[in-house]
Write a protein that binds this ligand. Structure first.
Ligand code: CDP
Ligand code: MG
Length: 891
C-alpha cells in the first residue's frame, strides 16, 4: 500500500515539474547497515593500469554538485570468481583501464554518460564493475536496457559466463521470453520491457542502477526512457533511495544528451573510453549501385573467400529473409558438411491457418444493427502482456517478414560459387534479432578448424554485437527503416541508404583484432550523398501516434516530457486534440476554472479503446477502424480499406492534358473505361452508400483476382505500384491484427468476396467512427443563399464550401452526411474517398463531438432492469457547427 502511495505521488510530482532544481535533488546520506562497510572499495590489483588512473572527472560537475548533495554509495566489494582465461581477455579491453574513473564518476553523480568505440567493453564490463562495487547488494538489482532483443540475450549470456555465475543471477527479459528469477542481480532487457515496468512501478524500486545501452541508436523507446529516468532518478535520491542512471553510447553524436539542460539540469560527466582500432582499408565499388545488392554481396564474398588470406567475413544486409537467402546460397556454393544442411531459420508460414479462418468466418452471425464502440480488439492478456515491448527488432521482423522477397533463390547454381574449390569450406552463420539464442551464440565461438567464418547479419552487428575474428566487412550500404507518411500517418518499412556514421561503424568492425578491409557495394559518390547521421527516430514520427503510445505508458502530460529531441509543442497539442476526438483519451472536465481546464486538456489519460488502438502500427484514425473491425467479420475489409487509403491514389492520373491526338483518344477511352469499372466495382455496396470506399475494395479484389498484373492495372486505369503496395500493406496489417487479436485467425485472402449488405452498413459505421473529424453535411437547397454553396457541403473544420470530387461514385448522389478521406484543393475544395453515413449514427458513434440536450418528454424515460439505469431520448447537436442530429437514447 505504502508503495502504491509513493508511486502515485511520484507520478504526479514528475508530471507537474518540468525540471528539477537543485533543492529537490539533495538526497540524505544513507548507510547500508545490512552490508559490510569499508571506507574505500578495494580495487583488484590487476586492473587499472597506472598511467590511466589519474584522468580527472570534469571540473564543472564537481563544482555544480556540492559534496553533501552527492548520493551515497554502497561501499562494498563483492568478489567475482572468474576463470584465468576470461580474466586475461578482459584485461585487453580498453574499458578496464578506466574502471576507477568511471566508478568514481558514478559514485559522485546521479547521471553519467559513457561513450566508447564498439567493442571497448562497455556492455559486458560495466555491469560487472557495478556488481563488484555492491550496486546489486541486498534486494537491489542492476538493470541494463538494449534496443535490440538479440543484444539483451547474448550480452546476458556473455556476462553470465564471464562472471562464472548462474543465469539465475545474470538474466535477461525480452518480450515473450526470459530467465529472470528472484535471485537475479544483473538483468538485461529490451527498452520496451523497462518501460512496461515503469508503468507498474514508477520509482523502479528494484533497481539501484539503470544502464541505458546503445543510446546513440535513438530508438523512440530509449529516448522516452532517458526522459523518464531523468526525473525518476532525482526523485529516488530525494527519497533517500539512491539510484544511478548511466547512458552508454558508441562514439557518435552525444550532444543531444550532454548539452541538454531540460534533460539534465546539471551537465553529467561524459567519460570516453579510448580503444585500439586497427586501420581498415575501405574499398568502394566503381559501378553504379545495383538494386541486387544481395547478389553483389554474394559475388564479393566468393571473391574474398577464394582470393584473400584467412580472416572472418561480416556482411551487412537489411532483413531476416535476405540474410537467410544469402546464407543458403553461400552454403550451397561452399559446402561445409556439418552445417550445410542447417534449415533456414525463421521461415514460418506467415499466411496463417486457412481452416481456422474459414471457421471463424462461418461462426459470425449478423444480427447486430450497429457496430459497438466498446467492442474492440484487445491484446491477449494471458501471453506476455507483462513484457509487451515494441523494440525495433520486433517490428522489423514481424511486419517485414512477408515483404522480403527471396532474391537469391532462383539464381541458385548460376553464381561463381559453383566453380569454387570445395576444399575451402565457408562456415556460414546468419545473425538477426529474432534468431534463436543458441544460434546467435554460435557467432561468438571460433569457427571449426580449416574453415572461414562468414556472418551474414542485419545491422544488429553494427554496434550492438562485436564478433571476434572479423577481417573483412562487406557493406550493402542499405538499412531497413521505418517510414511514416506525414499525411496518412501510416508506417511501413523500407530499405534505404544508411548514414555515413553508420557506414563508418560498419567498416570499423573489420579492425577489431588486426588491420582489415571493408568492401562497400556502392560508389564513393553515393557515400558522399548519404546523410551524416541517421536522424533520431522521434523527429521522423507523426506525433499523434507517438502521443498515443506514451499515453499507453501512462505518460499523460506529454507536453512537459523531457525528450532528448522534442517534437514541436504545436504538433503535440494537435495530436492530443485528435486523440480526444477519436475517443482514445478521456474527456477533460467541461466545467471549472479556465486555467485548470486548459491544464486538464493537455494531460488526458488514455481510454481502453485508446489502448486497443495503440497496438496497431498505423495512424490513430485507421487504428480505430482496425480496432473496431473485428465485429461482423469486417476485418479483412477494414484491413484492405486502411491499406488502400494509406496508398492514397489508386487510380492513374487521366485528367492530364494530352500531348498528341493519339494520346487524347487513349486518355478519353481510358477515362470512359475507368468510369465504367468504378460503377462495376462500387456495385451493390456502393449503391448502399459505401461509395468510394467500396470502389477501393472492389478494385483491390478485382486486381488480385487477375493476379495483380501490370497489364490488368494498365487496362483499368489503376496504378500498378499502388496495387503492389496495397498487397504488401495488407500482409503487414494482417500480421499485426493477428498478433493483437488472437481470435482473429486471419490470413491474407487476396481475392475477397464483396461484403454482404449488412457488412456494408457496418463498414460505413466503422468509417464514420475512424474518420469522425472528417464529417461533412450537405447544405440543403433551401439553405443556399449564396450560389457558391449550391451542391456544397459544410465541414466543422473549413469555412469554405467543399464538394464531392467529380471522380467519386457519390458525385451525383449528394447524400446528406458523408465522411471523406481527404480534401484536395484544385479549382474548388474537393472531398475524395467519400462514403455516405446516417445522421442517427453520429451521436452514438461520435458522442465526443456532440452536445446533448435535456431528456425529451416522449417516448419517455426507460428503466433497464439489466443495468439498473434509466435511459431516455435526448436531442443532440454536432459541436461547433450546431447541426441538429436525431434524438438518441442515452443514460
Ligand atoms: O559494448 P561494447 O561495444 O563497448 O563492447 P562489448 O560488447 O562489451 O564487447 C567487449 C568484447 O567482448 C568484444 O571484444 C567482444 O568480442 C567480446 N565478446 C565476446 O567475445 N563474446 C560475446 N558473447 C560478447 C562479447
Ligand atoms: Mg555494447
Amino acid at each position: 500500500e505504502e508503495e502504491e502511495e509513493r508511486n502515485s505521488e511520484a507520478k504526479s510530482e514528475s508530471s507537474t515539474t518540468s525540471s528539477s532544481s537543485d533543492e529537490e535533488e539533495g538526497p540524505p546520506d544513507r548507510v547500508d547497515t545490512d552490508q559490510e562497510r569499508c571506507d574505500k572499495p578495494p580495487l583488484q590489483s590487476e586492473r587499472a593500469p597506472p598511467e590511466k588512473k589519474a584522468a580527472p572527472i570534469p571540473d564543472r560537475t564537481a563544482a555544480s554538485l556540492p559534496a553533501e548533495k552527492i548520493p551515497s554509495e554502497p561501499a562494498v566489494f563483492i568478489p567475482v570468481d572468474r576463470t584465468a582465461e576470461i580474466q586475461e581477455a578482459r584485461l585487453k579491453l580498453p574499458i578496464l583501464a578506466e574502471e576507477q574513473v568511471i566508478m568514481e564518476a558514478i559514485r559522485e553523480n546521479m547521471f553519467v554518460i559513457l561513450c566508447g568505440e564498439t567493442g571497448s567493453g562497455k556492455t559486458t564490463q560495466l555491469p560487472q564493475f557495478l556488481y563488484e562495487a555492491g550496486y546489486a547488494s541486498g534486494d537491489s538489482i542492476i538493470g541494463i536496457t538494449e534496443p535490440r532483443r538479440v543484444a539483451a540475450v547474448t550480452m546476458s549470456q556473455r556476462v553470465c559466463k564471464e562472471m562464472n555465475l548462474s543465469d539465475r543471477i545474470v538474466s535477461y527479459q525480452i518480450r515473450y521470453e526470459g530467465n529472470v528469477t528472484k535471485d537475479t542481480k544483473i538483468k538485461f532487457m529490451t527498452d520496451g520491457v523497462l518501460l512496461k515496468e515503469i508503468q507498474k512501478d514508477f520509482l523502479l524500486m528494484k533497481y539501484k542502477v539503470i544502464i541505458i545501452d546503445e543510446a546513440h541508436e535513438r530508438s523512440v523507446y530509449t529516448d522516452i526512457l532517458i526522459g523518464l529516468l531523468s526525473r525518476i532518478v532525482p526523485l529516488r535520491n530525494k527519497k533517500g533511495l539512491p539510484m544511478k542512471l548511466i547512458v552508454m553510447s558508441a562514439t557518435l553524436r552525444i550532444e543531444d544528451f550532454t548539452q541538454n539542460t531540460r534533460l539534465f539540469p546539471i551537465t553529467p560527466p561524459d567519460i570516453k573510453v579510448d580503444s585500439r582500432q586497427f586501420p581498415v582499408t575501405v574499398h568502394f565499388n566503381k559501378r553504379t549501385p545495383l538494386d541486387d545488392y544481395t547478389g553483389e554481396a554474394y559475388r564479393k564474398i566468393s571473391k574474398i573467400h577464394r582470393m584473400l588470406p584467412a580472416g572472418g567475413i561480416l556482411v551487412f544486409l537489411t532483413g531476416q529473409a535476405e540474410v537467410n537467402s544469402l546464407c543458403r546460397r553461400l552454403r550451397k556454393a561452399f559446402p561445409f558438411r556439418p552445417h550445410c544442411k542447417a534449415p533456414a531459420e525463421g521461415e514460418e508460414d506467415t499466411v496463417g491457418d486457412v481452416k481456422k479462418f474459414k471457421k471463424a468466418k462461418q461462426k459470425k452471425t449478423l444480427t447486430m444493427p450497429r457496430i459497438d464502440l466498446d467492442n474492440y480488439s484487445t491484446l491477449p492478456v494471458d501471453e506476455g502482456d507483462e513484457d509487451r515491448e515494441a523494440g525495433i527488432d520486433d517490428e522489423e521482423e514481424q511486419l517485414g517478414s512477408d515483404l522480403d522477397l527471396d532474391l537469391g533463390e532462383e539464381e541458385e547454381g548460376a553464381g561463381e560459387g559453383d566453380k569454387s574449390d570445395p576444399s575451402l569450406p565457408l562456415y556460414v552463420l546468419p545473425l538477426y534479432s529474432l534468431l534463436a539464442p543458441e544460434k546467435q551464440a554460435k557467432v561468438f565461438r571460433p569457427p571449426p578448424p580449416g574453415t572461414r567464418l562468414c556472418v551474414v547479419a542485419t545491422n544488429v552487428a553494427e554496434t550492438s554485437l562485436t564478433i571476434p575474428g572479423i577481417k573483412y566487412v562487406v557493406d550493402s550500404g542499405r538499412v531497413k527503416r521505418r517510414f511514416y507518411d506525414r499525411v496518412t500517418g501510416v508506417s511501413s518499412f523500407r530499405v534505404t541508404w544508411t548514414s555515413q556514421a553508420s557506414a563508418d561503424q560498419r567498416a570499423g568492425r573489420a579492425g577489431r583484432t588486426e588491420p582489415g578491409h571493408c568492401y562497400r557495394l556502392y560508389s564513393s559518390a553515393v557515400f558522399g550523398d548519404f546523410e551524416k547521421f541517421s536522424p533520431a527516430e522521434i523527429t521522423r514520427r507523426p506525433v499523434d501516434d507517438l502521443v498515443l503510445q506514451m499515453k499507453d505508458l501512462n505518460i499523460d502530460k506529454v507536453i512537459n516530457f523531457p525528450f532528448p529531441t522534442p517534437p514541436s509543442s504545436e504538433a503535440l497539442m494537435a495530436a492530443e486534440e485528435l486523440l480526444l476526438s477519436l475517443g482514445a483519451l478521456e474527456e477533460p472536465p467541461k466545467h471549472g476554472r479556465l486555467k485548470e481546464l486548459e491544464r486538464a486538456k493537455l494531460s488526458c489519460p488514455i481510454t481502453p479503446l485508446g489502448r486497443a488502438m495503440a497496438a496497431f502500427p498505423v495512424a490513430p484514425r485507421y487504428a480505430k477502424m482496425l480496432a473496431l473491425g473485428k465485429q461482423q467479420a469486417c476485418l479483412p475489409y477494414v484491413i484492405t480499406l486502411v491499406s488502400a487509403m494509406t496508398v492514397r491514389e489508386i487510380f492513374q492520373e487521366l485528367d492530364r492534358p494530352a500531348v498528341s491526338d493519339e494520346e487524347k483518344d487513349k486518355l478519353t477511352g481510358k477515362r470512359a473505361r475507368v468510369v465504367q469499372m468504378k460503377r462495376i466495382w462500387a456495385g451493390q455496396g456502393g449503391a448502399l452508400g459505401l461509395g468510394d470506399l467500396m470502389v477501393m475494395l472492389g478494385a483491390v479484389g478485382a486486381c488480385e483476382y487477375a493476379g495483380c498484373t501490370p497489364k490488368f492495372c494498365e487496362d483499368n486505369g489503376l496504378r500498378y505500384k499502388a496495387m503492389v503496395e496495397i498487397r504488401r500493406l495488407r500482409g503487414q496489417l494482417t500480421t499485426a491484427v493477428n498478433a493483437v487479436c488472437s481470435e482473429a485467425g486471419l490470413f491474407v485472402d487476396p481475392k475477397m468476396k464483396p461484403p454482404m449488405d449488412s457488412q456494408v452498413t457496418f463498414l460505413r459505421q466503422i468509417a464514420l467512427a475512424g474518420l469522425g473529424d472528417h464529417l461533412a453535411r450537405r447544405v440543403q437547397p433551401e439553405e443556399v443563399l449564396d450560389p457558391k454553396w449550391r451542391n456544397a457541403y459544410k465541414t466543422p473544420l473549413l469555412d469554405d464550401p467543399v464538394f464531392i470530387h467529380p471522380s467519386s461514385v457519390l458525385f451525383k448522389k449528394l447524400p446528406d452526411f458523408v465522411v471523406y478521406q481527404e480534401v484536395v484543393e484544385t479549382t474548388k475544395m474537393y472531398m475524395k474517398g467519400v462514403s455516405a453515413v446516417e445522421p442517427e449514427w453520429v451521436p452514438v458513434l461520435l458522442p465526443q463531438y456532440c452536445h446533448f440536450g435535456k431528456p425529451l418528454e416522449t417516448p419517455g424515460p426507460r428503466y433497464c432492469s439489466e443495468t439498473g439505469r434509466v435511459r431516455c431520448h435526448r436531442e443532440s447537436t454536432f459541436y461547433r457547427v450546431g447541426w441538429q442530429l436525431p434524438a438518441v437514447e442515452l443514460d
